[in-house]
Every structure is written in structure tokens, then in C-alpha cells.
Design a protein. Structure first.
Length: 216
């Protein structure tokens, strides 16, 4: 799914309309506290919701998600992901997001191990493993995350249920196949999509590469 972090913030509707084949739109919310960058917030997400029926996948890179995350579900986002490093009560927050009708996602920074969160998986609909340090788009994929991706895949399979495994950071035609092979089934791509000459064609190309890696 394309990340609007790499889109032109002055022309978000045009950016959204340029990727009609996308399975969803990934929206990064940063507060300049949890990560060293400041992006858009709830009012812009509400505006995006008004101009598209596409699935909105919100990634909250903010402090105090326990307070702020439910508002994004109330705004109509189908998926809301919080960072477990910032959540005071992740189980309660995940349950509240689900109660409001959103899929509940848990994100982990590259250095945060997945192993200690096995018991939390039944409360979740998605695990997001950051494959760059969160905060800025256009970074290089961190190969050191691949073993963690494989461990996450094994834990998710053990837990059962409909839990997506997503990665965000450095996803491109050069990296997506080995991530799919490691067990990823949801991919966030920012600069590789919005930096392409033909954005929607790149969305489809990435999807085809990921599918080929898991069926070939």
C-alpha cells in the first residue's frame, strides 16, 4: 500500500487518485516527540476520509497513543496502528480500537524484539515491523530486520487468526521479494511509489513481485 508520507501534502487528493489500484492508503502520523518529524494529524485524516473510500491504514508514531488513537478509528479509519513502545496499556487500547470498528495494529521499531509480545497477538489484527528507523521517508531497508520478520511470522502462525504482518521502510522492487519470502503479507511503499513515473503501475509491479516470491 502506498504511504502518503512521500506524497505532495499540498495535493493529497491528487496523490490518492494517482494510485487507484492500491489495496489501502498508509497514513503516517508523527508528533515530533516519539519521532523527530512532524506530519499531518487527525483533521487531515478526516479530510482524506471525505475524498476517498479506500481503506485507510493509520500508523501513529506519537506519544500517548492510548489517548489519541481512538479518534482515528472514530474518524473512519479501517486500521489504526500504535507503537507498543509508546502505549501505556496496549491490550486495553487494542480492544478499544476493535470496539470502534477498526483493525488494531501494533508497531515495533527495528530494535524492539517481537518475542516478548507473543501473548498480545490474539488482541491484534496486524503487526507492523519497521524496517527503517521511523521518522522520515526514503531510507534504506535494514536487512537486519529479516530475522525478526521470520520470528514474527512464526509467532503469528502459532497464534492463528487473521493477523497481518506488515513492514514499512525501504520497500522497493529490490527488497520486496525477500520480505515476502520471510512471511510479510502487507507492504508499505512510499518513495518507491510516489517517486515512480507511473505510480499505479509501480503499485501493481510490487504486488506482482510479492506474489511471485510466495508462490514461485
Amino acid at each position: 500500500m502506498p504511504s502518503l508520507l512521500s506524497a505532495d501534502f499540498a495535493n493529497l487528493q491528487a496523490a490518492i487518485e494517482s494510485v487507484p489500484s492500491a489495496d489501502a492508503l498508509h497514513v503516517d502520523v508523527m508528533d515530533n516527540h516519539f519521532v523527530p518529524n512532524l506530519t499531518l494529524g487527525l483533521p487531515v485524516v478526516e479530510a482524506i476520509r471525505r475524498v476517498t473510500s479506500a481503506m485507510l491504514d493509520i500508523h501513529l508514531m506519537i506519544e500517548n497513543p492510548d489517548r489519541w488513537a481512538p479518534g482515528y478509528a472514530e474518524a473512519g479509519a479501517e486500521s489504526v496502528t500504535f507503537h507498543v513502545e509508546a502505549a501505556a496499556a496496549p491490550v486495553r487500547l487494542a480492544r478499544e480500537l476493535r470496539r470502534l470498528g477498526a483493525r488494531a495494529g501494533m508497531a515495533l521499531k527495528p530494535a524492539t524484539p517481537i518475542d516478548g509480545y507473543e501473548d498480545l497477538l490474539p488482541e491484534l489484527d496486524m503487526v507492523l515491523i519497521m524496517t527503517v528507523e521511523p521518522g522520515f521517508g526514503g531510507q534504506k531497508f535494514l536487512d537486519l530486520c529479516l530475522p525478526k520478520i521470520r520470528r514474527a511470522r512464526a509467532l503469528i502462525d502459532k497464534a492463528g487468526g487473521d493477523i497481518w504482518l506488515q513492514i514499512d521502510g525501504g520497500v522497493s522492487v529490490e527488497t520486496i521479494e525477500r520480505c515476502a519470502d520471510a512471511g510479510v503479507d502487507s507492504f508499505v511503499a512510499g518513495s518507491s511509489v510516489f517517486g515512480a513515473d507511473h505510480r499505479d503501475a509501480m503499485v501493481n509491479r510490487l504486488r506482482e513481485l510479492a506474489a511471485a516470491a510466495t508462490t514461485g
